[in-house]
Design a protein around this ligand. Structure first.
Ligand code: HEC
Ligand SMILES: [Cu+2]
Length: 419
């Protein structure tokens, strides 16, 4: 067959077009998406909560409507190209047929078709806008409140329902732990520039704007470990401004709350781990391997189990190193920027709260796994890990903070003991 328009183009182009067409046709909703690796940690296709599902479904509606339009328009175009192509020498020199202004019936049909397509997309869009804006009225009563604040380049999470005497709301950094199966109402704030809160598998994204009270809600359908990301360019280390969301069954969530409400663990010889409840909860989770982050999504242990393992103190911790680390935390002025409840000198609020930093699975705004090696790498030279970060720019450089190898070991031991 001779294709007048395409004949000039290469076979390669035709092949590419065919692949693109096949891709477009296979993409929505079918198991082929696995082959396209669309089920990664931050997938908006492979979702695990009602808000993200509404957003994905809307994406599919738009996809299907445009796919139908594409097929109709493509078919008509192909038909016209084949049917009216020049077949003989004479055809090529023929006078063009009389030009008209179209058929009213066809035009009205096209306009109604376009309106219909827009309505099909608009109805779920408007519904989705209302649904995703805030927790539905019927579920308002059971919603759990959290406040998330963006800082260059990390996230602070506060739990207004959990008030600690003499301190205020329970505060954590970079890891948002929530009860699964319950709507979470998140107040979005920013301390400096605009950030955006995005947990692709659960919900997103809504901007965190200075001096403006935005909000978002999400729900995790089942316990899990989710990856979040700042989605609004906010400066040098924007690309590595990440966080995690850990969804736990209600009883496990309560055990976590109890251990977090307690002041920092004091690992003197013979000290007990955080709370008996937490120990009972997490004691069964023993095997732990370092997470392999990256696009493959392959983990030695499920990320949630790895997180659970972090809730318990290491069996080989050294109380002498920990005690020295605690002193160094004040001597090296770390305490001026970080709060550690239970350590009276550590009252700073410039950096993330570290009261239970040892129980988090990641550090430095979700950038590094929280292992002794990575923690040491971070405090050794934060700038090398995360360019421009405020710990380096407003702390290490002006205060001339230098740590000997021994200091680093002690500080790491201290921080990792804070379960
Ligand atoms: C000038 C204030 C300041 C000083 C001083 C400071 N930090 Fe920080 N620290 C920060 C900020 C800000 C961050 C968040 C950086 C980021 O992720 O962008 C941070 C992050 C951290 C984190 C990672 C926490 C998490 O959950 O991600 C650890 C651990 C930490 N600092 C330990 C220390 C230690 C140890 C010292 C002393 C040697 C110290 N900091 C001194 C401001 C400071
Ligand atoms: Cu940001």
């Amino acid at each position: 067959m001779r294709w007048p328009i395409l004949s000039a183009k290469s076979t390669a182009l035709r092949a590419k077009t065919a692949i693109a067409l096949a891709g477009a046709a296979l993409l929505p909703g079918c198991s082929w998406i696995r082959a396209f690796d669309l089920n990664g940690h931050q997938s908006t296709i492979d979702v695990e909560g009602p808000v993200a599902r509404t957003q994905t479904n809307l994406f599919y509606v738009t996809c299907w409507v445009t796919l139908v339009l594409f097929i109709i328009v493509g078919a008509v175009l192909a038909y016209a190209m084949v049917r009216f192509r020049a077949k003989t020498e004479a055809d090529e020199h023929a006078v063009p047929p009389p030009q008209g202004h179209g058929n009213p019936l066809v035009e009205v049909g096209l306009i109604s078709g376009a309106v219909l397509a827009l309505v099909i997309i608009a109805v779920p869009t408007v519904k989705g806008i209302f649904y995703t804006y805030d927790v539905p009225e019927v579920q308002k009563g059971e919603a759990y409140q959290v406040t998330a604040t963006g800082y260059q380049w990390w996230f602070k999470f506060e739990y207004p329902a959990e008030q600690i005497a003499g301190h205020g709301a329970l505060t954590t950094g970079n890891e948002l732990v929530i009860p699964a199966g319950r709507p979470i109402h998140i107040n979005l704030r920013s301390m400096d520039v605009m950030h955006s809160f995005w947990v692709p598998k659960l919900a997103g994204k809504v901007d965190m704007i200075p001096n403006r009270a935005n909000l978002l809600w999400l729900e995790a359908e089942h316990p899990g470990y989710y990856w979040g990301q700042c989605a609004e360019f906010c400066g040098e280390s924007h690309a590595v401004m990440r966080f995690r969301v850990i969804a736990l069954a209600p009883s496990e969530f309560n055990a976590w709350l109890n251990s977090q409400m307690a002041p920092a663990r004091d690992a003197h010889p013979g000290a007990q781990p955080a709370t008996a409840e937490a120990t009972a909860q997490f004691a069964s989770v023993r095997s732990f391997g370092q997470n392999e982050t990256g696009a493959t999504g392959a983990f030695e242990v499920s990320p949630l189990d790895a997180w659970r393992r972090k809730q318990l103190p290491d069996s080989n911790e050294d109380p002498a190193l920990i005690a020295r680390g605690r002193e160094l935390f004040s001597e090296k002025t770390c305490s001026t920027c970080h709060t550690i409840r239970g350590n009276p000198s550590a009252v700073g609020i410039v950096g993330p709260e570290l009261t239970h930093v040892g129980s988090r699975s990641s550090i430095a705004g979700g950038l590094l796994d929280n292992t002794p090696e990575q923690l040491r790498r971070w405090i050794h030279n934060p700038e090398a890990v995360k360019p421009g970060n405020k710990m380096w720019v407003t702390g290490y450089v002006p205060n001339h903070i230098t740590l000997s190898a021994g200091d680093e070991v002690c500080l790491v031991s201290y921080l990792e003991s804070l379960k």
